[in-house]
Design a protein around this ligand. Structure first.
Ligand SMILES: [Zn+2]
Length: 458
């Protein structure tokens, strides 16, 4: 099995000589970069000079970072500009993110040219896990604007000698499949639900075209096990999972050929796992919230940034032979949990049931005719004192299904949803109904870049 290419890359970045990274060398490098980042942020940013006012002046070991306050998404929303550590003219790219926060303000993340170069460098080496020179790689992420994720990925791929095929999100999945076939695509990078839609459509309509990708990298959203296994069985491809968010500089980590969690950009970021309620570090290998500190960014360094993602470091060594750590696949987030039958006055046997998109994904995506789906929850008013929740699931299914098939799909979805424990508790208490809608594939119900969440309309 091939060693993760992140190992020699990081080894070079930290200036370590002998074969293989020694954790002690990496940690000494991280400590020095942390000290510099903290000092730089305090000097250059109005936010950090106040935010870190009561924290120690310096750190002498990595554990001292525990004495520093966290930076949160709300800090970025409310005080974003004050986190910037360079002059406005040095900002080369601003990425504006969702408005789903409590204040409704968007998050803006600022990057210098050097910050973007760090991302390109990671994409170059990370992609070489499964991409060789000459491979044609289709990019199904936004790539039109200079500095967009797809643009930086294309530049990184070119550096490793591969041929990027810039496409963008597959708003029309049939058209994207034609490109895949005519361009003889070897590898593909995109959002899990988008690529599943393409694969299932290919399975019903395009099978005549014999060219399918051998490698697929899924990014941007959590990767449901059901999507991975569907892609592997339809295209007989190898599926890799990438972990990243804009705040990390888009890229965070990528699986190696062992598929045992993400190896991380440990020379560019220092990762911690903390207990989300107490803020204390959890025991090595225990689950908690992922927190990171940037070690090499200058535009908008982030110190102890809370991601809201729940994961853990997998104990033991990766079979690929690296001494880099492996972060377990992210399966859930702290927010995005929907509490069912809220304020209904009903007390549940084991606490109030919470549901997230990942639960629905694992229930619904195994149904082979489903291309994608969306979910929302509404309050169903009735004439009694209580009101019920209604969970609406809109399934987008393969073309030309008969009425009978539609009924079968709806029944199967109903059964799968009833087996989700939170739904089971809420429906058994009579506080929630499920309503399943079936739609045909149309322009624009397949290629949205918005993160898939249960929309709460109550
Ligand atoms: Zn590995």
């Amino acid at each position: 099995m091939k060693l993760t290419p992140l190992e020699p890359w990081i080894q070079k970045k930290i200036g370590s000589q002998v074969g293989g990274i020694l954790r002690s060398d990496l940690e000494a490098y991280q400590l020095e970069q942390l000290r510099q980042t903290i000092q730089f942020a305090r000097q250059k940013s109005r936010f950090y000079s106040e935010h870190l006012a009561n924290a120690p002046q310096d750190i002498s070991r990595l554990d001292d970072l525990n004495l520093f306050p966290f930076t949160t998404p709300d800090n970025i929303r409310n005080e974003g500009q004050q986190l910037i550590c360079v002059s406005q003219s040095d900002i080369h790219r601003v990425v504006t993110l969702d408005t789903s926060g409590t204040t409704g303000k968007p998050k803006r993340i600022y990057f210098t040219r050097a910050d973007q170069e760090l991302t390109i460098d990671f994409f170059h080496h990370g992609m070489s896990t499964f991409t060789k020179p000459g491979d044609r790689v289709m990019i199904l992420l936004p790539c039109e604007r200079p500095g967009s994720v797809g643009d930086l990925l294309a530049i990184g791929l070119t550096r490793l000698g591969a041929i990027p095929v810039r496409h963008g999100p597959p708003i029309d999945p049939s058209e994207a499949l034609s490109v895949m076939e005519t361009q003889h695509i070897d590898g593909m990078v995109g959002v899990p639900a988008h690529i599943l839609t393409m694969a299932r459509l290919w399975n019903t309509e395009h099978k005549a075209g014999r060219h399918t990708p051998q490698q697929v990298l899924l990014s941007t959203d959590h990767l449901p096990r059901a999507i991975k296994s569907a892609l592997v069985s339809i295209w007989e491809c190898t599926v890799y999972d990438h972990y990243g968010m804009t705040e990390m500089g888009l890229g965070g980590g990528v699986e190696c050929q062992a598929h045992r969690g993400y190896h991380l950009r440990e020379a560019d970021m220092f990762f911690e796992i903390i207990h989300p309620d107490t803020g204390e570090a959890v025991a090595e290998g225990a689950e908690g919230e992922v927190v990171f500190t940037t070690l090499t960014r200058s535009g908008m360094p982030l110190i102890r940034y809370r991601t809201g993602d729940i994961s853990r470091f997998i104990p033991g060594q990766c079979p690929c032979g690296t001494s880099l750590r492996a972060l377990e696949r992210i399966s859930r987030r702290l927010n995005g949990q929907i509490y069912l039958a809220e304020n209904s006055g009903v007390s549940y046997p084991i606490g109030q049931p919470a549901l997230c998109m990942a639960d629905l994904d694992e229930a619904i995506f195994p149904i082979p005719q489903v291309l994608t789906f969306s979910a929302n929850i509404i309050k169903q008013e009735n004439d009694t004192y209580t009101s019920k929740d209604q969970l609406n699931i809109s399934l987008v299914v393969v073309p030309d299904v008969t009425m009978d098939e539609k009924e079968n799909i709806a029944n199967r979805a109903q059964k799968a949803l009833n087996a989700v424990s939170a739904i089971q508790i809420a429906s058994q208490s009579g506080m929630m109904d499920i309503c399943i809608h079936i739609q045909e594939l149309e322009a624009n119900n397949a290629g949205s870049m918005a993160k898939r969440v249960i929309v709460d309309r109550r």
